[in-house]
Design a protein around this ligand. Structure first.
Ligand code: APR
Length: 269
């Protein structure tokens, strides 16, 4: 059983002060991630300059209104993003989070990312909540039908061949849509309950928030449910002023070091 005691220290230094005790403390770790964690795998963030597609703002494409107005355009965008994700690889930040999950008794990753890079780095579905859905899910916009278009099943799919095609539901013939949560839509009740169940299990010893602008109230609420809040982001965010550690570095650089320190053996401390 991994047993750590975290000494809270308000600091902007990347060095963490962590003491390991031999008993009594079970570590509960919550990790919240956003698009910045996948940036170094070549997946554009939403609000960065490279997030624009054909000069269109993703914040305007990822909406029910955009889909109602022009489903073909929205599908073309998602197909291109799927293809980019299939071609990407998890980076050192995804690997570090997976390592932390393996070494922590009570662990939950809540990711806003709809890519599958955390999963491919080895985090099990039980230890991860994909709060904004999964880009490889295609679901009916009218009935309950959904299917998983995973990367391997469609390895030879040419996204350009499908350009302009809007998939139809085999059950009710309505348009199918990507299985992601768009702006203005409700989060999945199941996934929300999984986060709340974890948080109800006790205060977190450490919350790590990496690569997100933390624009949603629920992300801020969850981030504040621990005694130590480590923020990894090259830029300041609305969460920064609550952080006990602000690490202003790219996630692929900072997270491996932070995880090493969190799981280091007592003799190394
Ligand atoms: N390492 C860490 N953080 C980074 C890196 C990096 N290499 N590169 C960029 N960032 C930070 C940026 O400073 C920014 O704060 O990642 C954040 C990315 O912000 P957004 O693009 O706003 O992404 P995110 O916060 O995940 O967006 C949340 O909003 O658009 C919707 O549903 C979509 O899940 C998404 C949600």
């Amino acid at each position: 059983m991994a047993i750590l005691t975290v000494l809270a220290k308000r600091s902007v230094s990347p060095d963490l002060e962590i003491a390991v005790s031999s008993r009594f403390w079970v570590v509960r770790v919550l990790v919240l991630t956003g698009a910045g964690v996948s940036a170094e795998s070549g997946i554009p963030t939403f609000r960065g300059k490279d997030g624009y597609w054909r000069n269109l703002d993703p914040a305007k494409l990822a909406t029910p209104e955009a889909f109602a107005r022009d489903p073909q355009l929205v599908w073309d965008w998602y197909r291109e993003r799927r293809q980019r994700i299939r071609n990407a690889r998890p980076n050192a930040a995804h690997d570090a989070v997976a390592r932390l999950a393996q070494r922590t008794d009570e662990f939950l990753l809540v990711t806003q990312n709809v890519d599958d890079l955390h999963a491919r780095a080895g985090i099990s579905a039980q230890r991860m909540v994909r709060i904004h859905g999964d880009i490889f899910v295609t679901r009916c916009s009218r009935c309950e039908f959904e299917r998983h278009d995973y990367e391997h099943e469609h390895e030879h799919e040419d996204e350009h061949e499908n350009e302009g095609v809007i998939p139809r539901c085999p059950e009710c013939d309505a348009f199918m849509r990507p299985g992601v949560v768009w702006f203005g839509e409700q989060l999945s009740r199941n996934e929300l309950e999984r986060v709340e169940d974890f948080l109800d299990g006790g205060a977190c010893d450490v919350v790590i928030v990496a690569g997100t602008t933390a624009t949603f109230g629920y992300i801020i609420d969850w981030a504040l449910r621990g005694s130590e809040l480590i923020e990894v982001n090259p830029e300041e965010t609305p969460l920064s002023r609550f952080a006990t550690q602000q690490v202003r570095e790219p996630a692929a650089i900072a997270l491996p070091r932070i995880v090493d320190q969190l799981i280091a053996s007592p003799s190394k401390l």
